[in-house]
Design a protein around this ligand. Sequence first.
Ligand SMILES: NC(=O)c1ccc[n+]([C@@H]2O[C@H](COP(=O)([O-])OP(=O)(O)OC[C@H]3O[C@@H](n4cnc5c(N)ncnc54)[C@H](OP(=O)(O)O)[C@@H]3O)[C@@H](O)[C@H]2O)c1
Length: 326
Amino acid sequence: MKAVFCNKLGGPENLGVSETKAPTPGPNDVHIRVKAAGLNFADTLQIAGRYQSKLEPPFIPGMEVAGEIIGIGSAVSRPLTIGQRVMAFMRGGGAFAEEALVDSEWLVPIPDEMDDVTAAGFPTVYGTSNFALKHRGRLKKGETLLVLGAAGGVGLTAVELGKQMGARVIAAAGGAEKCGVALKHGADFAIDYKAESIKDRVREITEGIGADVVYDAVGGDAFDQAIRAVNWEARMLIIGFASGRIQQVPANLILVKNISVVGVVYGAQTEKDPAYGASFVQEAADLYRQGAVKPYTGKVFQLKNAAEAMKALLSRQYAGKIILVT
Ligand SMILES: NC(=O)c1ccc[n+]([C@@H]2O[C@H](COP(=O)([O-])OP(=O)(O)OC[C@H]3O[C@@H](n4cnc5c(N)ncnc54)[C@H](OP(=O)(O)O)[C@@H]3O)[C@@H](O)[C@H]2O)c1
């Protein structure tokens, strides 16, 4: 089979495509013919050796996959069938290939109405945001949710799911086009943080009260501004640091309004309890079936152009998801 390999830790230029042996499933594995794979910011960290779970080169990156089952391990007890269409978050990588192995418990059946490209960009981002807003953020109906990086992979799903949970959603993103995408996906207000102050605009929109929950996949300056525009008992959800700067949290600001700064790690949580992790994807898939969420694909590349695709992700030029097709 053909696969994308990270041959040396560093940037996308170290990715190459080569022929390799197809994987052999272990007892708990499901063997998938990959139709498409989703790109995530975490892939850029993983190939640079900066992700939480480290892999030694050469390895096949890719943490989000959609395809059809071609083999089932001997110890798999779930009622899965050969030919069934499935999608999965794959924390250990391996999705950027023509075939992949996934732990059976991480798999979620693809709704019939969902195409492969959409499915490939679904499980990691919707799973993360659903878990973050419900399990960690305890977002309630009527609360104000501020999403930073709101047109990105995870950000846009937080906008949609926040809206579904009955929140008033303020989307903060870089540029008018990305703000437009967030508004189309349900945001009530948009802040273009390339041109406007997050702190001032959130205060203005909420008439001085501030946001109840902040979904922060960006970190750095965006976090520094957002924490100055939150309500009493706000929850700041720490999702990631796409800006490249891991913010320091001023403890005095947390104290004065009973603010909680809440860590969110969907991948490691799913490793601890795969069925629980996958349940957040399943729930989002049910919302998709009802037409309540509309995944957005910004760009599709061929598998062999994975390096170019990863450069495009880092360039921030596309909203939504970037997908590789085999
Ligand atoms: N905690 C978890 O369980 C979990 C799960 C999934 C992802 N994450 C993390 O969440 C973050 C976003 O992941 P993603 O896959 O959604 O990425 P993505 O699709 O690339 O989106 C990241 C967004 O961050 C914004 N951004 C601001 N400064 C940036 C910079 N210097 N470089 C790149 N983007 C920048 C961009 O929006 P603008 O151009 O609008 O600013 C972009 O849309 C990453 O840090 C990732 O590791 C965490």
